[in-house]
Design a protein around this ligand. Structure first.
Ligand code: PLP
Length: 416
């Protein structure tokens, strides 16, 4: 990958015709070291948040050597870029063939499940193996997350005891519990509450868990969504763990996805046309802006204008704009609002920040417009949970007739 110091240097040097993903290795490194040092347990990276080889390699170099994988392609990817690392197959629904391949070809020993049927499938597809770490995925009520994941996965408190007992009896290795409070969880206490719910099921089943896996959900920073400190999440989890009926040898795991990668990547895109408050860009929901179009979050933006040495960052009075991508599909629409200078015009470059999770990575799967070029930059991300940049997105400085962005209250929860 070619390296520039800043996105502005890239604009000055070559005014790129096509969208470019700007990758910040240091952001992943800092997040990885933060989790490794401060989380009082094992850290598994949830690969689906950003399956780029450079992410996997940077994580390994910075001490995160365990991976939460959800498919054989992800397992193959990790095996290639992090040879010898430990993988946990945490999708609660897997085909027999992928279970066998994971176990026999890739040495995977840790599998999640949320039904008796899946347990039987796992035992059958591994030839009745006794060395499996079986992790029972529990449904929890997650208040304060921006996406609830419990609608789709997890055994209910009513059915959990019999499944916990069955998993306990099925293995001579570890039996654990896991949950997911939902992505972009804005409330640290959600973890503690989930752990209390899980405890009740363990007590009713009369079993100890060897592993308590608190899942992902650790937040990143977006305009209008400034989370509490990451330390608050870790201490809520520590308190929750101490209140659980666990033994001295019980392992604590977490599976962050978003938090490890969101800050790392932004996208440099160009305005091809302005029509009032609508900006037509050279990238869209089928490219790197999948998340911006589908979750409709207002990602932070910066504006660069001019060519060669003249190019500069433009600030000034801001107003809200919406984006359209290059396809003819009406879904290719990102409502934002994206706060940009009122005089934005065709030919200006927009850097869209904090797209490292569930964003730029999607281009490999929706590549109708070809793979997005990637370059490295060495400046700080637009905002950081890990001390690399300010802990907030600068509040937009609106033109006088524009409403200020505020922290959303009582946001509608969405399913992912
Ligand atoms: C997606 C996922 C994660 C990561 O979630 P984030 O909200 O990105 O941290 C962790 N564990 C499981 C089982 C997942 O499906």
């Amino acid at each position: 990958m070619h390296t520039y110091h800043t996105p502005l240097d890239l604009v000055r040097e070559r005014s790129p015709e096509h969208p470019v993903a700007l990758v910040r290795r240091d952001a992943v490194a800092a997040a990885a070291r933060w989790f490794q040092t401060k989380f009082k347990g094992d850290v598994l990276y949830a690969v689906k948040a950003n399956p780029s080889p450079w992410v996997i390699e940077t994580l390994v170099q910075n001490g995160v050597t365990r991976f939460d994988v959800a498919s054989i392609p992800e397992i193959a990817l990790v095996a290639e870029h992090a040879p010898g690392s430990q993988m946990a197959f945490m999708h609660p629904v897997k085909s027999r063939r992928s279970i066998s391949q994971a176990y026999f070809d890739y040495g995977v020993r840790t599998f999640a499940l949320d039904t008796h049927e899946e347990l039987a499938k796992i035992l059958d597809a591994t030839g009745g193996a006794r060395d499996l770490n079986l992790i029972v995925r529990m449904a929890v009520d997650a208040e304060g997350a921006n996406f609830s994941l419990s609608g789709k996965f997890g055994v209910t408190p009513f059915e959990a005891p019999s499944l916990l007992l069955a998993a306990r009896q099925a293995t001579s290795a570890l039996m654990g519990v896991s949950f997911h409070v939902g992505s972009q969880c804005m409330r640290p206490t959600a973890y503690q509450a989930a752990m209390a719910q899980v405890s009740r099921s363990l007590i009713r089943a009369g079993v100890f868990a060897d592993v308590v896996d608190v899942g992902g959900g650790f937040p990143s920073i977006y305009p209008g969504m400034i989370p509490p400190d990451m330390d608050d999440y870790f201490s809520a989890i520590e308190r929750g763990f101490n209140e659980m009926p666990v033994s001295e040898t019980t392992e604590l795991w977490c599976e962050p996805g978003r938090a490890l990668v969101a800050e790392s990547t932004s996208l440099l895109t160009r305005v091809e046309l302005r029509k009032g408050e609508a900006l037509y860009l050279n990238d869209g929901s089928y490219g790197s802006l999948f998340d911006a179009a589908h979750v409709k979050w207002p990602f932070p933006v910066k504006l660069y204008r001019g060519e060669g040495a003249e190019a500069r960052e433009v600030e000034g009075d801001l107003k809200p704009f919406r984006f359209y991508g290059p396809t003819c599909d009406s879904m290719d629409h990102m409502p934002g609002p994206f706060y940009l200078p009122t005089d934005i015009q065709e030919g200006d470059f927009i850097e869209i920040g904090m797209l490292g999770a569930y964003g730029v990575a999607m281009t490999t799967r929706f590549n109708g417009f070809g793979e997005t070029e990637m370059v490295e930059v060495t400046d700080a991300p637009m905002a950081s949970m890990f001390g690399l940049a300010r802990r907030s997105i600068p509040a937009p400085k609106p033109a006088s007739n524009v409403v200020r962005l505020s922290r959303p209250k009582g946001r509608k929860r969405r399913r992912k």
